[in-house]
Structures are given as C-alpha cells and as structure tokens.
Ligand binder design. Structure first.
Ligand SMILES: Nc1nc2c(ncn2[C@@H]2O[C@H](COP(=O)(O)OP(=O)(O)O)[C@@H](O)[C@H]2O)c(=O)[nH]1
Ligand SMILES: [Mg+2]
Length: 362
C-alpha cells in the first residue's frame, strides 16, 4: 500500500526530464562524468590544473567536508595544487551589511574580467553557518558576474567555528589559484572577528563605507580601519556625491593618525558608485600600485610567508581545541568540573589543570 503510494509521487520519478537546449551537450557530459564516479585525487588535480570548474567545485566540497576520508583526499589535492598556486592578487573586502559589498564586487569583478583577468569570489561569513552561505542570496546581486565565464563565485563554507570556516576558505584560495584564477576576492562582513581572519589571508584589504552614517552606526571598529589599505566610500551617486566626498576627506584625515604601515604603503581613500561604476577602475589602479610597491620592496612575499606560518599555527590551535573538546572522557570531566567551579569548590585554574593533565597524560 505504502509503496504503491510512493510510486505515484514525484519522489519516485524515474524517467527524468531531458535537459533544456540552453545547456551545451559538452558541459552536460562533463558534469555527468564527474557526478557518476568519485574522481580520484589525481583526476581532480588534473581537472583543476586544466581549468575545469566542475573539478574545482568538487575539490572545494572535499575541503569543506567533515568526513576524515575526505580530509585526507583534500590534503592530497591541495598539496599537488600548491606548486601551481600563489600567482595571484588576493583582495579582502569588508564593510557592514548594506554598504554595497556584493554590488561593488559585481561591478569590480566585471571590470577585472574586462581587463582579461580571471576572478574568483569567496566569502568568509560566520553568520552563514546557519543560513548556509548568504552569498548564495547575493548571487542575485552578482547577476552579470555569475554568467561571466572568467568568474567563479563560491558561497561561504559553513562550519562550527570561524577558524574552521577561515581554514576552508584559505585552502579554497589555493585551489582557485591552481585552476587559473589570478584575482581572488574575499568578502566578509565587518562586524565580528571574521575581518581579522580575512586580513590574514589577503594581500590588499579594502574597507567599504558609505557617507552619512556615523562610525558607531556603521559598527566599524577602529581596528578594522587600521587594517585597511584603502577606504572606499560607496554609493557616491546622485545627491550623495557631495556627502561622499566630504566623508572621503574625513577618513583621509583619520587615516593619517594611524602609525605607518610596514608595507610602506600609505592607505588611500576614494569614492565610487557600484551602480554607476564611477570610480571602480580607479580602485583597481590603486591596488595595482600597491602590488607594484610591495613587490619592489619585497613586502608582498614576506607577508605571504608570514601568513603561511600564521595559518599553520592557527590550524594546530583549531585541531587541538577540537580534539580536546570532542574527547568523551574530557566532556564528562568538564561537566563535573564546571559544577565544582560554579560552586566554588575548586579554583578555575586548578580545574583547568586537572582537565589538561587528564588530556595529556590520559
Ligand atoms: N545608490 C547606490 N546604491 C547602491 C550602491 N551599491 C549598492 N547599493 C544598494 O545598496 C543595497 C545593499 O547592497 P549590497 O550589495 O547587497 O550590500 P552588502 O550587504 O554590503 O553586500 C542594495 O539595495 C544595492 O542596490 C551604489 O553604489 N549606489
Ligand atoms: Mg552582500
């Protein structure tokens, strides 16, 4: 009876529908080939190095997986890709929700592909842990870029911790670079810790602002301004142009109060409109000048090596923490010690010591 019912529902569709004609047969065949079997890590690497987007997406999915088998395979792929990565410009873009990041990336990304560049857009968004990638919704704001064959947009990875999400994004950068993307844009919301994580994986950090809203309203902390290599006031169009120019002058003054940067770069301010695209080409010119300067004084390479070291240590920290808190004996002992600490039966430090000793000595 039950089976009979299921047979007649859409859940039991067997025949399927033929693909609409707008899909090229070659693309469909390619996707089907990859879907059918789990490609080996060699096949994935080969695909990535030849610029195959399906292989790239597959490898990123492995990187994002929590399955230990996948992790091992992902590491193989990443290691093989590493020698082919690194040749890129990595740009971080931050700003509070509504400032126009996605619209900006659409305009900026199109400008870059127009210059013959291959652009990958990734996101570090801790809030998307729940919504599974808010950039997915953003894809509607990136209508043109999504269709551009020289652009690749990947929704943010989900995960339990910012550290985990950030690590996955960092490895995704490697894969995208090996796949031939020479410009990597990483979007993040400038309201939490995520911008610090993004800052430590990019060459150039761009803070997007709008005129008229006070700093408190924009929720931007001083520390984020200090990290910025450029502050760009977006929405400089229509009645807003004058206000945007005023804001630019103010930010310029504020930036001069910060200590000089190790890069030797003096942070810039500018205005732009992601809608009219005024000022968008100039943003790329600024970044090009930065790259030229930091390649000349070697800061570019020094910073990348420092970032590599930082991410090694971050990964160790992350894994140690995970391993500790996922240990079932520790979990039991942690619960009893929490109660003891709350009841003042034991000092927090003594309790921590007991737990750590249990963990390290068994
Ligand atoms: N007038 C104007 N509106 C803009 C501009 N850039 C973005 N917007 C609008 O601002 C809103 C938020 O943009 P969005 O890109 O989603 O911001 P995000 O949250 O920072 O990614 C949208 O309604 C956009 O159309 C701009 O340069 N000028
Ligand atoms: Mg957005």
């Amino acid at each position: 009876m039950e089976n009979e019912k299921i047979k007649n529902t859409a859940l039991n569709e067997k025949a399927g529908i033929s693909p609409p004609e707008i899909f090229s047969a070659a693309v469909v065949k390619n996707i089907q080939k990859f879907r059918k079997v789990q490609p080996s890590s060699e096949e994935l690497v080969q695909g990535i190095l030849s610029g195959n987007i399906t292989a790239l997406s597959r490898a990123i999915t492995l990187v994002e997986s929590t399955n230990p088998d996948h992790l091992a395979k992902a590491n193989e792929v990443i290691n093989a890709c590493l020698p082919h990565a690194n040749k890129s410009v990595r740009i971080g873009i931050t700003g509070v929700p509504g400032v126009g990041k996605s619209t900006f990336i659409e305009a900026f990304g199109k400008h870059l592909t127009g210059l013959g560049k291959k652009v990958a857009v990734l996101a570090v968004d801790p809030s998307s842990t729940i919504s599974h990638g808010s950039i997915l919704g953003d894809k509607t704001r990136m209508e043109e870029l999504v269709k551009d064959e020289n652009a690749y947009i990947r929704p943010s990875a989900s995960g339990d911790t910012l550290g985990g999400v950030a690590r996955k994004t960092r490895e995704t950068i490697t894969l995208c670079e090996a796949c031939g993307f020479d410009t990597i844009i990483i979007e993040t919301v400038g309201v939490g810790q995520s911008e610090t994580a993004v800052h430590s994986m990019v060459d150039f950090f761009l803070l997007l602002k709008i005129a008229g809203a006070g700093d408190e309203l924009q929720g931007i902390k001083r520390g984020i301004m200090e990290m910025a290599d450029a502050i760009v006031i977006n929405k400089a169009d229509g009645d807003n142009i004058r206000k945007a120019k005023l804001a630019k002058t103010e930010f310029n003054r504020a930036l001069h109060l910060f200590p000089a940067k190790r890069s030797g770069w003096i942070p810039t301010t500018a205005t732009c409109s992601a809608i009219t695209q005024d000022g968008i080409p100039e943003v790329w010119e600024t970044i090009s000048k930065f790259i030229e300067l930091t390649n000349g004084n070697d800061y570019f390479n020094v910073k990348r090596s420092e970032q590599n070291e930082y991410w090694m240590l971050e990964t160790i920290n992350e894994q140690l923490k995970l391993n500790f808190y996922n240990n079932s004996e520790i979990q039991t002992l942690l619960e009893s010690n929490k109660k003891a600490v709350q009841n003042d039966e034991i000092s927090p430090f003594a309790a921590a010591q007991i737990l750590l000793e249990k963990y390290f000595k068994g």
